[in-house]
Design a binder for this molecule. Structure first.
Ligand code: PGA
Length: 242
């Protein structure tokens, strides 16, 4: 299986012209670019090889939901992927209940979900077993009921293991540590309930320098890249390391 690189721009860059420039530089096969909502239409026009992703989505198709963006609206812009449950959103109060609603709606509408899970430092410092328990609970709550969806296929659900302590800190997990957690996530997804052999990515301070260490591991299906996806030369190094 070829590797997938997700460029999560978060709330960057500042202007449309910067966004278009960045999109052109990162328009490569095997890449998904997730810009902020206001840049989706133009980035969508620019991309030839990369696919378009969104950083969030709301589950109701339309109506009185101030500030939200629906899956249906995203699809009109050729969005194919949606990141759900990023720890920065969880940190702002997004609950597993909301995440579950979003995942079910996105799957039902044929978007590929990139579900982010991962433990904060207060859990990790208690050890790997505590981290595994934490992630298992996230998976159970976030995926509740999805096994009943006829549209749940291995390709439509990507999981990203993103230890919260590694995001934006410059302290990536060790590749062996990430592999251990990713194997655990895969085991959970392959359980009788879901029976999914799907892709699991690593995310958290991936750079041009450390990317190869993660991407050469057969268990790691790709990378979710934040900060380094805003620097074209850094991002190119990540792609080259594939
Ligand atoms: P980072 O972010 O690469 O800047 O650590 C990763 C992410 O938040 O998905």
């Amino acid at each position: 299986m070829s590797k997938l690189i997700i460029a999560n721009w978060k709330m960057n860059p500042s202007t449309v012209s910067q966004a278009v420039k960045l999109a052109r530089a990162e328009d490569k096969k095997g890449v998904v670019i997730a810009p902020p909502f206001p840049f989706l239409p133009l980035v969508s026009k620019v991309l030839r090889k990369a696919k378009l992703g969104a950083q969030d989505a709301f589950w109701v198709p339309k109506g009185a939901y101030t500030g939200e963006v629906s899956i249906h609206q995203l699809k009109t812009l050729r969005v194919k992927y949606v990141i759900i449950g990023h720890s920065e959103r969880r940190g702002l109060g997004e609950t597993d209940w909301l995440i579950n609603k979003k995942i079910r709606a996105a799957l039902a509408e044929d978007l590929t979900v990139i579900l982010c899970v991962g433990e904060p430092w207060r859990v990790r410092r208690k050890g790997l077993a505590a981290a595994k328990r934490f992630v298992k609970q996230q998976l159970q709550k976030d995926l509740k009921g999805t096994d009943k969806l006829t549209k749940l296929k291995a390709e439509s659900l990507i999981t990203a293991y993103e230890p919260v302590w590694a995001i934006g800190t410059g302290h990536a997990d060790r590749p062996e540590g990430a592999v251990e957690m990713i194997k655990f996530i895969k085991k959970n997804l392959q359980s009788k309930t879901y029976n999914l052999k799907s892709r699991v990515l690593y995310g958290g301070s991936v750079t041009g320098r450390n990317a190869a260490g993660f991407l050469k591991q057969k268990e790691i299906g790709g990378a979710l890249v934040g900060g380094a996806s805003l620097k074209p030369s850094e991002f190119k190094r990540i792609i080259r390391s594939l």
